[in-house]
Design a protein around this ligand. Structure first.
Ligand SMILES: *[C@@H]1O[C@H](CO)[C@@H](O)[C@H](O)[C@H]1NC(C)=O
Length: 238
């Protein structure tokens, strides 16, 4: 019987195909995860031609005092010492209470090299200041979804690539999230900061030149405390 034969032979075929697809999917997922976890610095781009625009363009994200600032790519050129953000994408570990939010990818950054310590970059939900902290400090704020544009160059938060640099003190530019698409005017006005200079910016990924070296034989050595990327196993950004 033709029909019986078809049924018999089609069963193993179907199973084989299903197995192949799921293996392929897993392989693709591993590849995708590896690409997402590639470390990068974050540089600022703005295409305006005021003095402030030119000053800001090409600056790099740095972290200090719980906040994200824009400073010179070369640490030696910075007037205030700060750690250069070195970030990647990974699923944000929601708490049981926040699981329903399912915010997707978070953006952890190294905030110190020795010991290697990771924190989450997030936008303060009240002020839209960009900050960093552990999960306890970040979970109630805008922690994601972080993503990249199709060319994998421009960084987005909640599907927006709009951020604003605000000169909080003379020469000190802090980063804000422009989730409302108004160059942060409303949120800055609320905080009485509209008299500050501010510049709309994009954030672009700058793949890190050298990946952090693998754990060396001298774990716990105190000799190289300022050398960035001297990472052993990173602590989880709890
Ligand atoms: C998170 O950071 C805060 C402030 O630094 C600290 O008090 C707290 O212990 C940290 N929580 C965890 C789980 O590490």
């Amino acid at each position: 019987m033709v029909i019986g034969l078809l049924i018999l032979t089609s069963i193993p075929t179907t199973t084989g195909v299903a197995f192949g697809v799921s293996e392929q999917r897993k392989a693709n997922q591993r590849k995708e995860d590896a690409r997402r976890m590639a470390k990068f610095n974050i540089d600022v781009e703005c295409d305006g031609d005021t003095d402030d625009d030119r000053d800001i363009n090409g600056r790099r994200l740095v972290v200090r005092n719980d906040k994200v600032y824009l400073d010179h790519p070369n640490p030696a050129d910075r007037s205030i010492p700060a750690f250069t953000a070195l970030a990647f994408y990974i699923e944000y570990p929601e708490l049981d209470e926040s699981k329903n939010l399912d915010r997707g990818l978070g953006l952890p950054t190294y905030v110190s090299a020795n010991p290697p310590l990771l924190n989450w970059i997030y936008a303060d939900v009240n002020t839209h200041e960009m900050k960093y902290g552990n999960r306890t400090q970040s979970v109630a704020h805008i922690v994601g979804p972080w993503d990249w544009t199709e060319d994998e160059r421009t960084i987005t938060l909640e599907e927006s690539s709009n951020f604003v640099a605000v000169e909080e003190e003379e020469g000190e530019w802090a980063l804000y999230f422009d989730g409302d698409g108004d160059d942060c005017e409303a949120i800055l006005e609320e905080q009485g900061k509209l008299d500050k200079a501010f510049v709309p910016v994009k954030l672009v990924r700058r793949p890190a030149e050298e990946p952090p070296p693998p754990p060396g034989p001298q774990q716990g050595s105190q000799g190289e405390s300022s050398s960035q990327g001297q990472s052993q196993e990173p602590k989880k950004a709890e």
